[in-house]
Design a protein around this ligand. Structure first.
Ligand code: DGL
Length: 276
């Protein structure tokens, strides 16, 4: 039964800005659409410069600042950094550059989701930059010193996800390359610390024989987004239907085919983004 909304409630129907280095953040958009179907979203994918995961910290911060500035220019009410790589090094700089724009990152949400499981043996997987930043381990240990955390960079996962090779023999060989030891001694939780990785969720579950609890930072981020917006009085009217506008810094000719396996349908609005 739908609840009557009191007359004095103020809603904020401006869009939420979401960015990623490319198309991985679309897994966050998909989860956000399910959790907050009334919110409008402006999504920016920096496809011209993807991947961020093998870049230096200075470059990642510079790119993240340009991405956020583009979305700020679209009048977004808040920023969700849907890229673990950018979240791992750029949240503090972004909050410094854009003090008026509330921001949250996938890493903070992923840490909360892991802590909620009460598990003690955690394996975190992500891009090289995310794992080198040590952001997950630091964040988890800041909350609970007794956690046993292992962090593993899995750089081949991103190109495999982008090519749609997310299961089968080739995907399993890549899992073996990085996770063979964990398969024989499974952790309690496997944290997918990259927004491309939810595409491997089913195959990873099978690889571990269902013995590992998989936490997906995209899902965790969407779950935290509701409380994040509500705490700041930024929720859109629940009676309205949200829409998504997609912006990409590069739109290769064969883009559409590769892109939409990250979503469940074709986009209603797509535009090439030019960053300052
Ligand atoms: N989607 C990005 C992340 O969550 C990874 C892709 C990249 O390396 O840019 O870290």
């Amino acid at each position: 039964m739908s609840q009557k909304i009191p007359d004095d409630v103020v809603f904020d129907n401006r869009p939420v800005g979401v960015f990623d280095s490319g198309i991985g953040g679309l897994t966050v958009v998909r989860a956000l659409r399910e959790a907050l179907p009334n919110e409008d979203i402006c999504y920016l994918g920096d496809t011209a410069r993807v991947p961020y995961g093998n870049k230096s910290v200075d470059s990642i911060i510079r790119f993240a600042k340009q991405d956020a500035a583009f979305l700020a220019g679209k009048g977004v009410k808040a920023l969700i950094v849907a890229c673990n790589t950018a979240s791992s090094v750029a949240m503090e700089p972004l909050r410094g550059y854009f003090p008026e724009l509330p921001s949250m990152g996938v890493i903070e949400a992923g840490i909360e989701a892991v802590l909620r499981t009460g598990a003690s043996r955690i394996t975190v997987i992500g891009t090289r930059a995310t794992i080198n930043s040590d952001a997950y381990r630091r964040g988890l240990h800041a909350r609970s010193r007794s956690l046993l955390i292992e962090s593993i960079p899995c750089p081949l996962f991103v190109p495999f996800a982008e090519e749609g090779v997310c299961e089968g023999r080739l995907a399993e060989e890549v899992f073996d390359l990085y996770l063979a030891r964990q398969r024989s001694a499974p952790p309690d939780v496997l944290l997918l610390g990259c927004t491309h990785y939810p595409l491997f969720r089913g195959a990873l579950d099978e690889y571990f024989g269902g013995k590992v609890r998989i936490i997906d930072s995209a899902q965790a981020c969407a779950e935290s987004a509701r409380a994040f917006l509500a705490a700041r009085g930024l929720c859109a009217n629940p009676a309205k239907k949200g829409d998504v506008r997609y912006y990409f810094t590069d739109l290769p000719t064969d883009f559409n085919g590769g892109l939409w396996h990250f979503l469940s349908g074709a986009p209603s609005y797509l535009e090439k983004a030019v960053l300052e």
